[in-house]
Design a protein around this ligand. Structure first.
Ligand code: UDP
Length: 410
C-alpha cells in the first residue's frame, strides 16, 4: 500500500559548472563507503509542497552517486490527511489541537503503514510528522532511522507537541532547518540543515527573457507592464490576501502594475481549495490580479516563467518552515521581498539581496522602490543569486545527508 514514486535520473556531474568541482569531489568521497546502501524515504505526498519538490531531485542524485534509494508515499485517506493537516497547523502554533479521535486516526494509519513497509533497509528517512510514528512502531525494519522535520516547530501548540514528542524523540538522527525549530526533549543527534533547490530542474533552469514573457503572455499577463508575483500554496500563512492588499497600495502609486498569484494545490491539503476561493473573493474581480493554479496548467515551467519575468517576487509569509519558493525566486536573479519569518531571513539579507518586511505597507513601499529603480532591482537580484548558489542548491544538501548516513553506519 506504500506507493513507490518514480523519480527519473539525474547526474551529479551536470552540476559541476554551477556548484564547483570541490563540492562534487567531496560528495563522491563521502559516497564511496556508502555504495549500495539501501535507503527508503517516506513522505505523505508525491505532489505539491516543498517535500515532494526536494525528493524529486535528491533521490535521483543519491542514486547517481551509488546509493540504492527509493521514495515511498504512505497510505492515507481523507480522515488521515484532515488529522495531519490539523497537526501540521498546530505544530506551527495553531491553538486547535487534534481530538482524541483524530490522534487515534493518525496512529491507526501509522500502524498500517509500518506493517506495510518492507524490511532490510540500511536507512529509513522519514519526512515530517505524518509518518513520524513508524520508527517507534517497527524500528527493526531499518538499521538506521532519520527524521526530517520540514516545518517550523519553534512555538508549537503545547498539547500537540507533548503528544507527538514520544513518537519523534528517539530517532537516532533528526534534521531541522534552524536551531529554533528543535523541540525540547529530542534524545538523538540533531542536525541543522536547511533544504535546497535544484538549479537544473525545469522550475529553476535558465529561461531566456523572451521565453519567460512568451509563457506569461499566454496566461493573460501584459508583459509590457510591471508585474508582482507570489508563488505559493493557498494557505493563510502564505498570506496571499496580504499580497493583494500590498498590490493595491502599489497600484495607487503605479497604476499599471499587475499581480500574479500562482499556487499549486497539494493532494494532502484539503483546506487549500477554501483558501483559494477566499483569495479569489478578495481580488474582487480586479482584471490585473491573476490567480492561477496547477489546475490551470501552471506547472514547473510556468512557475519558472513567472519568476523569471516578474519585476518583483514576493513571499509575504507570516509563518514559514523554510520557503523553497524563496530560493527558487532569488535564483532567477529577480529582486525579492519576503516576510521576516521562518527560513526566509536565512535566504535573504535585508537590503543586500532583497528585502524583509513585517507588514503590508512595507511590502508595498519596497515594491514601489524597486519598480521605480530598475538598477536597484538588478543589484539585489544579482547578489541574491550568488547567495543561493553558495548555500541553497541541492548538491550541498546531498553532501549534508551523506555525512549523516555515514554517522549512522559508523
Ligand atoms: N509550487 C509549485 N507551484 C505552485 C506553487 C508552489 O510548484 O503553484 C512549489 C514551489 O515552487 C515550491 C513548493 O511548491 O517548490 C513549495 O515549497 P515551500 O517550501 O515554499 O512551501 P510549502 O508549500 O512546503 O509550505
Amino acid at each position: 500500500m506504500l506507493q513507490p514514486v518514480a523519480v527519473g535520473t539525474k547526474k551529479l556531474a551536470d552540476y559541476t559548472h554551477i556548484c564547483g568541482r570541490d563540492l562534487i569531489d567531496e560528495i563522491h568521497a563521502l559516497a564511496e563507503p556508502l555504495q549500495g546502501a539501501r535507503v527508503v524515504q517516506l513522505s505523505a505526498t508525491a505532489f505539491g509542497g516543498g517535500v515532494a519538490e526536494i525528493l524529486y531531485t535528491l533521490i535521483p542524485l543519491m542514486n547517481d552517486v551509488g546509493l540504492e534509494c527509493e521514495w515511498q508515499v504512505i497510505y492515507g485517506r481523507e480522515e488521515f490527511f484532515n488529522a495531519t493537516k490539523l497537526m501540521h497547523n498546530a505544530l506551527q502554533g495553531n491553538p486547535q489541537d487534534l481530538s482524541a479521535e483524530e490522534w487515534g486516526i493518525w496512529e491507526k494509519y501509522n500502524e498500517m503503514n509500518s506493517r506495510e513497509l518492507s524490511s532490510g533497509w540500511d536507512v529509513c528517512l522519514v519526512h515530517d510528522p505524518q509518518p513520524a510514528g513508524l520508527y517507534k512502531l517497527l524500528p527493526e525494519k531499518a538499521k538506521g532511522w532519520v527524521w526530517r522535520c520540514h516545518i517550523d516547530v519553534s512555538t508549537p501548540n503545547p498539547d500537540t507537541i507533548a503528544r507527538l514528542l514520544p513518537w519523534i524523540s528517539d530517532y537516532p538522527e533528526a534534521l531541522f532547518h534552524m536551531p529554533a525549530y528543535v523541540p525540547e526533549g529530542m534524545h538523538g543527534r540533531i542536525h541543522i540543515v536547511p533544504p535546497a533547490i535544484d538549479p537544473l530542474a525545469p522550475k529553476n533552469m535558465a529561461l531566456s527573457p523572451e521565453d519567460a514573457s512568451y509563457v506569461c503572455q499566454q496566461f493573460g499577463i501584459d508583459v509590457d507592464r510591471p508585474l508582482l508575483c507570489q508563488v505559493s500554496r493557498f494557505d493563510p500563512w502564505k498570506d496571499p490576501l496580504g499580497v493583494i492588499d500590498a498590490y493595491r497600495l502599489v497600484k495607487e502609486e503605479i497604476p499599471d502594475v499587475q499581480l500574479a498569484l500562482v499556487g499549486s494545490m497539494a493532494s494532502d491539503d484539503p483546506e487549500g481549495w477554501d483558501y483559494f476561493n477566499a483569495t479569489i473573493a478578495h481580488a474582487a474581480g480586479d482584471p490585473d490580479v491573476h490567480i492561477l493554479n496547477n489546475f490551470n496548467n501552471v506547472g514547473a515551467i510556468e512557475v519558472n516563467a513567472f519568476q523569471s519575468h516578474a519585476d518583483v517576487l514576493i513571499q509575504k509569509s507570516t509563518r514559514e518552515g523554510f520557503g523553497l519558493t524563496v530560493s527558487e525566486a532569488i535564483w532567477k536573479g529577480r529582486p525579492f521581498i519576503g516576510g521576516n519569518v521562518g527560513g526566509i531571513p536565512l535566504q535573504v539579507e535585508n537590503g543586500v539581496s532583497g528585502y524583509l518586511v513585517d507588514d503590508v505597507e512595507t511590502c508595498a513601499a519596497r515594491s514601489v522602490d524597486i519598480l521605480r529603480d530598475p538598477a536597484l532591482g538588478k543589484a539585489l537580484g544579482r547578489r541574491g543569486k550568488e547567495h543561493v548558489r553558495k548555500h541553497f542548491l541541492t548538491p550541498r544538501y546531498l553532501r549534508d545527508y551523506l555525512k549523516i548516513f555515514t554517522e549512522l553506519s559508523a
